[in-house]
Design a protein around this ligand. Sequence first.
Ligand SMILES: [Zn+2]
Length: 287
Amino acid sequence: MYAHCDLCIREYGSMEPDATIAIAFNRDEVNGKTQTPSMTQVRAVFQTACEEWMKYAGVTFKIIVPTEDPETTWSTVDTVYKANVRVTFQGAPNTYTSALGTQSIDPAVFAPGRPSMVLAGVGDNPPRDLLRIVVHELGHVLGFEHEHQHPFYLCSAEIDADMICRTWGLSPREFNANFKALDPSYSFSCDAAIDAQSVMGYSLDQRFFRSGAQSPCFATPGDRLSERDQRCVGKVYPKDKEGRAARYAERLVALESRQGSAMEAAHFAWTRMSARKGKERLPESVK
Ligand SMILES: [Zn+2]
């Protein structure tokens, strides 16, 4: 187990420490819609969310502004990747999901013509907590897992699965993909405790928890990185030259570690299945 960071992340799917991560919108969806207030608002929210991560991470998010040039958008007929992050607003309402780390440009998981981030319905009717949602999804883009799937806290047992599945229309498999604790035997990095303010947590009403707000899994994430999020992302994606060199070396050792690679590959395969079948729904915050 590698212990360089507090948030949950697997080396196998992490980006390079100084990666440039391009974000593109779907050609058909933005055609004729780019001037509407909602699309303008969505792009502004993405900009704010990217800047929030870039304050603490050495990566560069690059939003590709859609124009009439097909190169500035992605399409379902693409055979080459136009961007690491391919956003769509199509899908079941309130479904928000993203590929984990390098999965988005792994042809075995996400083909070039397949969206890697789903923000269903957002283009026409942005929810009021859109910034929080986009900040959260960008955390997945960087490879971070859900805080409530912390290997040492069995949040899936704390949460009323029946109520969640009923309320959000999730299958048991989808519930597991988004709530089941990650196996601690894999080379995750996780702090000893859950950070209730982490942007990688869900904003769930306390009625979904068996012990309500007293549950260690009850979280109140905001739309800004928590102090621990800030510290963690700076360790995985350092902004300084020396830190980056150390991270490249650390990452290489982790990826070459025979045992670690085998375990991570096994987990990665499991996540791939989740990515194919799963979806996550973030309900709007309840005041
Ligand atoms: Zn998520």
